[in-house]
Design a protein around this ligand. Structure first.
Ligand SMILES: *Cc1c(COP(=O)(O)O)cnc(C)c1O
Length: 459
């Protein structure tokens, strides 16, 4: 039907007239025009100008199983025909929600047996933050309500999520609820100075301890952190970081929330980032890869410590969403997790990621503007730098990143820039041949970026 309508419509003008986009400067967008994505299969996107673009970001970190999968489509239509919707509020449930909760608790770390469903990562985070406060309230410690997060942290765009995250622009625009604070992120490349990564990992973790002592542990409900900070620039903590955070949260009796919305469901080569880093969380928030983006769904996991209190002592918890446990989303998630298992996409991410970093290092590693290629499994980043040796950033941070991103897209590769850090997170289904092509396109784009930077300096 949409195909019939495709002709004779000025999609850009129509979009500009009525569609208000997320995270967008609309004036700028309307001047430049929007890109219309019309179809996708495997790791490739197609736009209305006939471009075929390799999706190096898996949409927004979510399309783990790749595009155009009929098995996911069938799982959705089958469930939709049988039971399209019913709520899970009033002592009712549905088959896919039950089975999915069971499946998630089977792949989750030991002691995680209870799962709450929502539609988005933001809602899962919001739920975890409220749950942390309700947990302490139930235990007679209502003053324990401050949430500690980190600069450059991203925990979604609800008002609580924005407040927990460390994005200054989001704080400025209303995402600044009281009782949220942020500390130094474990971003060695950008903030480590002369310290070794191991020293800096400990140093950054101890900043959390310092903050707890400053606020009083009796006032702090939880620490929230992404195992790897995704939107903030794929900041991979040194290996000393998470064990020290485990110790600190335990010592001061602070709940630890791992925001696994990106890392969860295989991106790191393990089911969860928590498994990769040995994190000992009390709650985990997951979304994106859960359905590979085919339908909206998120899951908030509680360990038995938290669940026992909420289930046995809180009484009614006045929290939930119309679409909590949506049967069609849950059916798609079940099929998606089956795909990740059957096609060994989780384990496969380790070797594929190593190959991708090796090829990217060969392709762009020697360029004077490339400071570092880093990654874990199939999530990674390339730092653009004005001076390789001192890890110096360019002036007007973000400008060269935007130039590089535009060259990438022009060369057929979708990458994203955070400041001057280029991010990648392709579908877990990417093949070796596609990895080679990814690196070849990156080479062209980064060389063009270097040429632009040199031309500016020469002026
Ligand atoms: C994307 C993301 C969220 C928010 O998820 P939405 O589905 O966009 O609400 C929360 N936390 C992390 C770590 C994310 O990457």
């Amino acid at each position: 039907m949409l195909d019939d309508l495709n002709h004779g419509i000025d999609w850009q003008a129509l979009d500009a007239a009525h569609h208000f986009h997320p995270f967008t400067d609309h004036k700028e967008l309307h001047e430049q025009g929007v890109r219309l994505i019309t179809s996708a299969e495997g790791v490739y996107l197609h736009d209305s100008n006939g471009n075929k673009i390799m999706d190096g970001m898996a949409g927004l970190w979510c399309v783990a199983a790749g595009y155009g999968r009929q098995d996911l489509v069938e799982a959705a239509t089958k469930q939709m025909s049988k039971l399209a919707y019913y709520n899970t509020f009033f002592k009712t449930t549905n088959e896919p929600a039950v089975l999915l909760a069971q499946k998630i608790s089977q792949i989750a770390p030991e002691g995680f047996e209870h799962v709450f469903f929502a539609c988005s990562g933001s809602e899962a985070v919001d739920s975890a933050l409220r749950t942390a406060r309700v947990y302490w309230q139930t235990l007679g410690k209502p003053e324990k309500k401050i949430i500690i997060g980190r600069e450059y942290g991203y925990h979604g765009s609800t008002t609580l999520g924005a407040s927990a995250g460390g994005m200054k622009d989001m704080h400025r625009q209303g995402g600044d609820m009281p009782n949220f604070v942020q500390v130094l992120p474990p971003y060695w490349y950008g903030k480590g100075g002369q310290m070794s990564p191991e020293e800096f990992g400990l140093y950054a973790a101890k900043e959390v301890e310092k903050k707890i002592l400053e606020l009083g542990a009796e006032n702090v409900a939880a620490f929230i952190g992404e195992p790897i900070q995704g939107a903030g620039g794929v900041l991979i903590p040194p290996e000393t970081y998470w064990p020290e955070i485990n110790r600190i949260c335990k010592q001061y009796d602070i709940l630890l929330i791992a925001d696994e919305v990106i890392c969860g469901y295989g991106r790191t080569g393990k089911w969860f980032g928590t498994d990769y880093f040995g994190i000992k969380p009390d709650m985990m928030t997951t979304a994106k890869g859960l359905t590979s983006g085919y339908l909206p769904l998120s899951a908030m996991l509680m360990n038995n410590r938290v669940a026992d209190v909420l289930i046995n002592e809180t009484g009614e918890y006045y929290h939930g969403f119309t679409y909590s446990g949506h049967p069609v989303s849950c059916a798609v998630a079940l099929k998606n997790l089956e795909i990740l298992e059957n096609e060994k996409l989780v384990e496969g991410a380790t070797a594929k990621g190593a190959l991708l970093r090796e090829k990217l290092n060969e392709a762009v590693g020697d360029l004077p503007i490339v400071g570092e290629v880093r990654g874990v499994g199939l999530i990674g980043a390339i730092e653009l730098t004005a001076d390789k040796r001192t890890r110096k950033f360019f002036e007007k941070n973000g400008r060269v990143g935007a130039i590089c991103r535009d060259h990438c897209i022009r060369n057929g590769l979708m990458m994203r820039a955070t400041r001057d850090t280029m991010l990648f997170s392709p579908p877990l289904t990417i093949t070796e041949a596609e990895i080679e092509l990814f690196a070849a396109m990156a080479k062209k784009a980064f060389e063009a970026t270097y040429a632009d930077v040199r031309a500016e300096v020469a002026q």
